[in-house]
Design a protein around this ligand. Structure first.
Ligand SMILES: Cc1cc2nc3c(=O)[nH]c(=O)nc-3n(C[C@H](O)[C@H](O)[C@H](O)COP(=O)(O)OP(=O)(O)OC[C@H]3O[C@@H](n4cnc5c(N)ncnc54)[C@H](O)[C@@H]3O)c2cc1C
Length: 358
């Protein structure tokens, strides 16, 4: 099948890319491995931050629905419960339970998101040790509680939000541990969990999980200024599950398989496809957007998806509307990153563009 654009991943970046390209009159296919579109958004019951033009104050799950309705209205082809398994010179392979299809897009946008990081500690493979995002999926999408007493490791926005949502669902969050000397996420989220009585223990980490067949307790320890455990500071906490909210890493494998150059930029979450400001990778016509292009937020994912799609459109057929869209969206992205939390990303992207001549 010949089409203009193939979008891999139906989160905010992929949805925004597909909608933008369809609005620019291109034929588009969007593929996602899940039964419904939305990516991370479908499990986010809290109201989002960001700019008014990018769904600020609306719950993630409702943003997913708004975007999905647009996709349907524009007649974009959706392949759900389907996985893009390889990008080759003679086509892109998409596998589902029923079949294996090959499509021939002029341009491809990889918007595969990010995956959760693991942490090294004794017994970290015991049942009951989860990624915080996985716990959010269990609780908010499937209505399943993984336990009654939780320990959260990491006080970034994910750790704070998931702790709050666990308490709302009737789970007792015994503590949130943070290795830094300050809370990682937004103060407004930290204030909310403190009001619920959850202690945020700074300069603390987990040393081990205890249990026979599953988690029954966790040993935590204080850290000194060199990140070393302070002997004698260990404490045992009775918990039946442990959530790790210790960062995400871009899902870059598909881009790597397609031959894109991969670079290591810590500020953007580690290994990721090298890309230009217009989101094109080192493989002409292959773009990356959203968390796969550097772990950030839904607002920047929406904006990056739009830029990548407009650039793809302009390179299929030069058009002034797409060029204008790239210009205004780049400006919006710059403004979004101007705040305190955007500094790290701006520095990461600066390093990325500086590594242009690899
Ligand atoms: C707990 C939590 C709270 C958050 N709160 C906020 C917030 O308040 N405000 C905010 O702006 N951001 C927030 N974020 C961040 C935001 O959700 C992400 O930055 C955003 O979802 C990234 O969008 P994306 O489209 O790049 O990736 P994702 O949303 O992760 O979507 C990627 C999609 O691609 C699919 N996929 C991957 N590989 C393939 C493949 N090979 N074939 C087919 N499909 C594939 C995945 O299954 C997934 O559906 C939060 C994140 C979490 C986890």
């Amino acid at each position: 099948m010949e089409i203009d654009l193939l979008v891999v991943g139906g989160g905010p970046a992929g949805l925004s890319a597909a909608i933008t390209a369809a609005e620019l009159d291109h034929s588009v296919i969007i593929v996602d491995e899940n039964p419904r579109l939305g990516g991370q958004l479908i499990k986010q019951t809290h109201k989002f931050f960001g700019s008014e033009s990018n769904y600020c104050g609306i719950r993630g799950i409702d943003i997913a629905e708004i975007l999905e309705n647009k996709v349907n209205k524009l007649g974009i082809t959706k392949y759900l419960e389907s996985t893009v398994i390889g990008i080759y010179e003679d086509g892109v392979a998409i596998a589902s339970e029923e079949d294996l299809r090959v499509v021939h897009p002029k341009k491809i946008i990889i918007a595969t998101g990010a995956r959760e990081n693991m942490l090294s500690f004794v017994n970290n493979d015991l049942p009951g040790v989860y990624g915080a995002g996985a716990v959010q999926t269990l609780v908010n999408v499937y209505g399943v509680l993984p336990g009654k007493r939780a320990l959260m490791v990491g006080s970034g926005n994910i750790g704070l939000i998931v702790s709050y949502q666990l308490m709302q669902a009737g789970v007792e969050v015994v503590a949130i541990l943070e290795a830094l000397d300050h809370v990682g996420g937004y103060e407004v989220h930290a204030a909310k969990v403190r009001r619920l009585g959850i202690p945020i223990l700074l300069r603390h980490t987990i040393k081990s999980a205890i249990g026979n067949d599953k988690v029954e307790a966790a040993v935590i320890t204080k850290l000194d200024e060199h990140w070393q455990p302070i002997p004698g500071s260990e404490r045992e906490l009775k918990v039946d599950f442990i959530c790790l909210a210790v960062g995400l890493s871009p899902s870059y494998e598909l881009a790597a398989q397609a031959g894109a150059k991969i670079v290591y930029i810590p500020e953007l979450g580690g290994w990721l496809p090298w890309h230009k400001p217009n989101l094109e990778t080192s493989v002409p016509g292959l773009y990356v957007a959203g968390d796969a292009a550097g772990v950030e937020e839904a607002v920047s994912a929406l904006l990056e998806g739009k830029i990548a799609a407009a650039d793809a459109s302009n390179s299929i057929k030069e058009n002034k509307y797409a060029q204008k869209l790239i210009e205004t969206t780049q400006k919006e992205l710059q403004e979004f990153r101007a705040g305190k939390f955007g500094k790290k990303i701006v520095e990461g992207k600066r390093k990325l563009y500086a590594s242009l001549h690899l």
